[in-house]
Design a protein around this ligand. Structure first.
Ligand SMILES: [Zn+2]
Length: 406
C-alpha cells in the first residue's frame, strides 16, 4: 500500500499551504475530479435508496450544541465560539457534527407516521479543533466534508434501516475496491462522557447486535468507542501504514430525539418519539479519498480516475485526430487527456499515462480506419475496434461504477 500524503502531492491531487493553514487541504483539479465522482456516486446511491438531500449551515448558535449534548461532551474537539456581540446568545460555533441541525430541521415541520422512515441526507461540512502537531494529509484535518444522513423512524424500523445502511456501505465499497478490515460494535466504556439512561443504551445495543447477527458478518466489540449519545457499528479499514481507522458508521440514538423533543403523529393520533439512526456510507470524503489513494496507489477504478482515457498521438500529424477524440469524450462526460508529441518520446508518454485505465496510441492507420487499439492499465492489449464502440464500452464501465476495466 501507499502513503496518500506523498502520493497525493506527487499526483497533483491535493496539497496544503501554510498560509491557508495546516489541516485545511485544498483539492487540485485531478483530486477534485476524484472527489466529485465519489460525491455524485454517493448522492445517486442515496436517492435510489429513498434518501432526500438537504443543505444546512456549517455554523449554529452555542445553545444548539448545548441542547444536543456536544457542548458538554465534545467541547474539547470544537473550535472556540465566535462572539458576535456581548451576550452568550450571540455566540456562534463551527459545527462539530450535522445531527443537531437535522434534528431541528425535522422538528420544523409536523410529521405523520406515514412519512417514516424519513431519510435526511447531506454531504456537509463540519469542523474539528485538532492541534496543529497531529495534522496531515487528508486523514487529520480541521475541516471535514461528511457523507452524513439521519433516519427518523419508529423503533420497529430501526433494525431494517441499519441493515439497509450496511448494505449501501457494501455496495459503495465494492465500487471503490475497498475491503473493510473488520466490523466493530462500539460500546460505551467507563467514565462520565456518555449521556445517561442505561436502559436505552441496552435497547440500542440489542438492535445493532440483531442487525450484525442477521447479516452474518463477524464483528468485535470495541469498549469505549461509542458516540456519547449511543452505540454504533463501525466499519474499519487499514491504511498504507497498517493503521486501522473508522471509515463508515451506523449509530442508534434515543438521546437527541428527546433533547430536541422530536415527535410524529402516530396512527392513534397521539404524539410519539422517533428514533434517530445516524449513518455515513463513505464516511468523510477526505478519509475516503485518502483510503482510495493508499489502496490503489493512484490507479483508481475507471469511474474515479482523474484521466479515464489517455490519448497518445504518434506524431504531430495525429494531433488533430487526438483532439477530436478528446472532444468526443467530453461530450460523453468522460475525462480524456491528450499527451502530444511535444511532451516527449512515445515511451516517456506511455509511462506518464500509466495510471489512466484506458490508453490509446493514434497512428496513421488508426486515424485512416477510425479504429482504436486500446491498452488497458493492467497491461492487456485489445484488438483494434471502431472508435465509437470503444467509447461506448468505456462509458458503460464508468456508468456501472465497477472496478472491472473491460
Ligand atoms: Zn449524526
Amino acid at each position: 500500500m501507499f502513503d496518500h500524503r506523498k502520493l497525493g502531492r506527487e499526483l497533483g491531487l491535493f496539497d496544503t499551504d501554510s498560509l491557508i493553514g495546516p489541516g485545511l487541504p485544498f483539492w487540485l483539479p485531478d483530486g477534485a475530479a476524484v472527489r466529485q465522482s465519489l460525491e455524485d456516486f454517493v448522492r445517486a446511491l442515496e436517492r435510489r435508496a429513498g434518501y432526500r438531500h438537504v443543505y444546512s449551515p456549517v455554523l449554529g448558535k452555542r445553545e444548539l450544541y448545548e441542547l444536543s449534548g456536544h457542548w458538554a461532551h465534545y467541547r474539547d474537539d470544537m473550535f472556540p465560539p465566535l462572539s458576535m456581540g456581548d451576550s452568550d446568545d450571540d455566540q456562534l460555533v463551527l459545527r462539530p457534527s450535522l445531527c443537531p441541525h437535522h434534528a431541528v430541521m425535522f422538528r420544523s415541520r409536523a410529521h405523520s407516521y406515514r412519512e417514516l422512515p424519513l431519510r435526511m441526507a447531506e454531504l456537509g461540512g463540519m469542523y474539528r479543533s485538532e492541534r496543529s502537531g497531529v495534522l496531515g494529509g487528508l486523514t487529520r484535518v480541521r475541516a471535514i466534508q461528511l457523507n452524513d444522513a439521519h433516519i427518523f423512524c419508529t423503533l420497529d424500523q430501526v433494525a431494517g434501516e441499519a441493515r439497509g445502511a450496511l448494505e449501501l456501505i457494501a455496495v459503495a465499497y465494492r465500487a471503490m475496491g475497498i475491503v473493510p478490515s473488520r466490523y466493530r460494535l462500539s460500546l460505551p466504556g467507563p467514565g462520565g462522557k456518555y449521556v445517561a439512561r442505561p436502559e436505552l443504551w441496552e435497547r440500542a445495543t440489542a438492535l445493532l447486535v440483531e442487525v450484525l447477527d442477521g447479516l452474518g458478518v463477524p464483528y468485535e466489540e470495541g469498549v469505549g468507542e461509542a458516540a456519547f449519545y449511543g452505540p454504533k457499528i463501525d466499519v474499519q479499514v487499514v491504511d498504507g501504514a497498517g493503521r486501522e481507522s473508522t471509515l463508515s458508521t451506523v449509530q442508534v440514538d434515543f438521546h437527541q430525539p428527546e433533547q430536541f423533543d422530536l415527535h410524529y403523529v402516530g396512527p392513534d393520533g397521539a404524539r410519539h418519539r422517533p428514533v434517530m439512526v445516524h449513518r455515513a456510507i463513505v464516511g468523510s470524503v477526505e478519509r475516503a479519498v485518502a483510503q482510495l489513494i493508499e489502496q490503489h496507489g493512484g490507479a483508481f477504478p475507471a469511474w474515479l480516475a482523474p484521466v479515464q482515457l489517455a490519448v497518445l498521438p504518434l506524431g504531430e500529424e495525429q494531433d488533430g485526430a487526438a483532439r477530436e477524440l478528446a472532444a468526443r469524450c467530453l461530450e460523453l462526460d468522460l475525462r480524456a487527456e491528450v499527451l502530444g508529441a511535444d511532451r516527449g518520446s512515445l515511451g516517456a508518454r506511455v509511462r506518464e499515462a500509466r495510471l489512466a485505465p484506458y490508453q490509446v496510441v493514434l497512428g496513421p492507420r488508426e486515424v485512416a480506419d477510425g479504429t482504436l487499439g486500446v491498452r488497458l492499465r493492467d497491461g492487456r492489449r485489445l484488438d483494434p475496434l471502431p472508435a465509437g464502440e470503444v467509447l461506448a464500452r468505456i462509458e458503460r464501465q464508468v456508468r456501472a461504477h465497477t472496478v472491472e476495466l473491460w
